[in-house]
Design a binder for this molecule. Structure first.
Ligand code: FE2
Length: 414
C-alpha cells in the first residue's frame, strides 16, 4: 500500500465533478484516483464537496490595505480623493507596519482559499518603503502563498522628477512586473510615452507588465490602444496585462468594434475590479449613471483572457472587504450582467484559472498529478452553487500543508 504525506478523501473534483481521493507527497499531487489504496499521516474527508484549485487574486494593493480612515475617510468616494489621502498616508510608512498589514491581509485571503496574489507596490515615494516591504513579504510567505509584486508608479512616471529612476530602482530590487498609470500622466503625450517606456523596461529587465490603464469614465481616455499596439510590436503577448480599462465601458460601439480586433491580435490579459469599479466610477454622473466597468462579457466572448481582482481592501479607495474572491466574482457577475449559467461559471474561472493565466503561473496551477498540492475544499458542489451561496472554504491546503479547516454546520434543525 502506498504511503503519502496527506490524502484528501471523497472530493468532488473541479471541473470534472467526479468523486476522487487526492494523494499528496513532498508538497505535490502524487495521485488522483476514485479510491486511493494508500495510507497517510494526515487524512481529511471532503464529504463529497467541491475541491477546486485555489482562488487567484490578480490585482490588489497590499501596501495600502487595512488603512481605511487613516488619516481620514474618502468622503467623495472618488479615485482622485483616494490618491490624495494615500499621498498623505504614505509619508509615514514604515517597513514593519506595511509588512504587518500585508501579511495580515494575506492570512485572511489564504483562509478563504486565495493562494496566488499579485500586488501592486507604490514606487512613487522616494524611500521605496512600500516596495521593499512587499518584496520582503513575498519571500516571508512563500511557503504558504505565492506573491508577485508590481512596481506601480501611482503618481505617474513623468509627472514628477525622479519617478522614472525610482521605477528602474524597483526593478533592480526585484519587482516581478512593471506597472503604470498613463491616464494620470500630465498630458496624453506623456501617457503614450509612459507606455512606450514600460515596454522598453520590460524587455531590458525581462519582466511582466501590468498597467492601470484608462481607469476613468472619460471616453477619450484611449491608452489601451497604445498598449495593444506596443504589445503587437513587442510580441510579449500574454506577459502583458491591462488592468481596469473602465473607459471602455464608455467608448462608442464603432470605436470598440475596431479596437476589439487589435486586442485579439495583441492577446493581452485584462483585469476588471468590480467592487472598486462600481464604487469609484460614475461619481461625476447624475442620471443615467454609468457602471464604470470594462466590457468584461464582450472581451470574454471574443476569447480574451479576463480575470477579476479585489483591488482594494479596507483602504482610501474602498473601506470594505475581507479579500474574499467570491465577493468579487459575485459583484462582477451582477454589474457585467453575466447571469446565464455559462456566464456564472465563467465568472468563477475569472477568480481561478484566468487569474493564473494572467499571472503566468499556469505551469504550477491546477488539480493535476505532478503539480503543487494547493487546493481548497468549498462547502458546495460546483461553481454555480459556490457563487450562489458564496460557500465558505472548509479545507485549505497549500504546497501540501494544511493551512486551515473549519467545521460545517451539521445540526439537524427539524
Ligand atoms: Fe489598482
Amino acid at each position: 500500500m502506498a504511503e503519502f504525506d496527506l490524502v484528501l478523501r471523497r472530493a468532488r473534483r473541479y471541473p470534472h465533478s467526479d468523486i476522487v481521493d487526492i494523494g499528496v507527497e513532498g508538497g505535490r499531487i502524487a495521485a488522483i484516483e476514485p479510491r486511493l489504496s494508500a495510507s497517510a499521516s494526515t487524512e481529511l474527508d471532503a464529504e463529497q464537496k467541491l475541491v477546486s484549485p485555489p482562488f487567484v487574486e490578480s490585482h490588489v494593493h497590499l501596501d495600502s490595505a487595512m488603512t481605511a480612515g487613516d488619516p481620514r475617510w474618502n468622503e467623495s468616494g472618488t479615485l482622485f480623493e483616494g490618491i490624495q489621502i494615500w499621498g498623505e498616508r504614505k509619508q509615514s510608512l514604515s517597513l514593519e507596519e506595511v509588512k504587518n498589514r500585508a501579511i495580515e491581509t494575506l492570512k485572511q485571503q489564504a483562509q478563504q482559499g486565495v493562494l496566488w496574489v499579485r500586488t501592486h507596490a507604490d514606487v512613487s515615494e522616494p524611500t521605496l518603503t512600500a516596495l521593499q516591504a512587499l518584496l520582503e513579504v513575498r519571500d516571508a510567505v512563500s511557503d504558504w502563498t505565492t506573491v508577485q509584486v508590481v512596481a506601480f508608479p501611482q503618481d505617474g512616471i513623468y509627472s514628477h522628477e525622479n519617478n522614472l529612476e525610482l521605477l528602474e530602482e524597483a526593478l533592480k530590487l526585484g519587482a516581478d512586473a512593471i506597472g503604470g498609470i498613463p491616464h494620470y500622466e500630465l498630458t496624453r503625450e506623456d501617457g503614450v510615452k509612459s507606455i512606450e517606456t514600460i515596454f522598453k523596461l520590460a524587455e531590458q529587465f525581462d519582466r511582466l507588465i501590468d498597467v492601470h490603464c484608462d481607469e476613468i469614465d472619460d471616453e477619450q481616455s484611449r491608452f489601451l490602444e497604445v498598449m495593444a499596439a506596443c504589445n503587437i510590436r513587442s510580441g510579449m503577448g500574454a506577459r502583458v496585462t491591462a488592468s481596469h480599462t473602465t473607459a471602455m465601458g464608455s467608448y462608442n460601439n464603432a470605436y470598440t468594434q475596431k479596437l476589439m480586433g487589435f486586442l485579439q491580435r495583441a492577446q493581452l490579459n485584462f483585469i476588471a475590479n468590480p467592487l472598486i469599479n462600481i464604487t469609484l466610477q460614475g461619481r461625476t454622473d447624475t442620471y443615467p449613471k454609468r457602471r464604470g466597468i470594462t466590457r468584461v462579457k464582450e472581451l470574454w466572448q471574443r476569447g480574451l483572457n479576463v480575470s477579476f481582482g479585489h483591488d482594494c481592501i479596507c483602504d482610501p479607495w474602498y473601506s470594505l472587504g475581507t479579500g474574499n474572491m467570491l465577493d468579487v466574482a459575485w459583484m462582477g457577475l451582477h454589474v457585467c450582467q453575466m447571469t446565464g449559467k455559462a456566464d456564472i461559471e465563467a465568472c468563477y474561472e475569472m477568480v481561478t484559472h484566468n487569474g493564473a493565466k494572467t499571472l503566468n503561473v499556469e505551469a504550477d496551477y491546477g488539480l493535476e498529478v505532478g503539480k503543487p498540492a494547493s487546493f481548497v475544499v468549498l462547502d458546495s458542489i460546483d461553481p454555480f452553487d459556490t457563487l450562489r451561496r458564496r460557500a465558505i472554504a472548509t479545507i485549505v491546503v497549500s504546497q501540501g500543508n494544511v493551512l486551515s479547516t473549519s467545521e460545517i454546520i451539521t445540526k439537524k434543525w427539524i
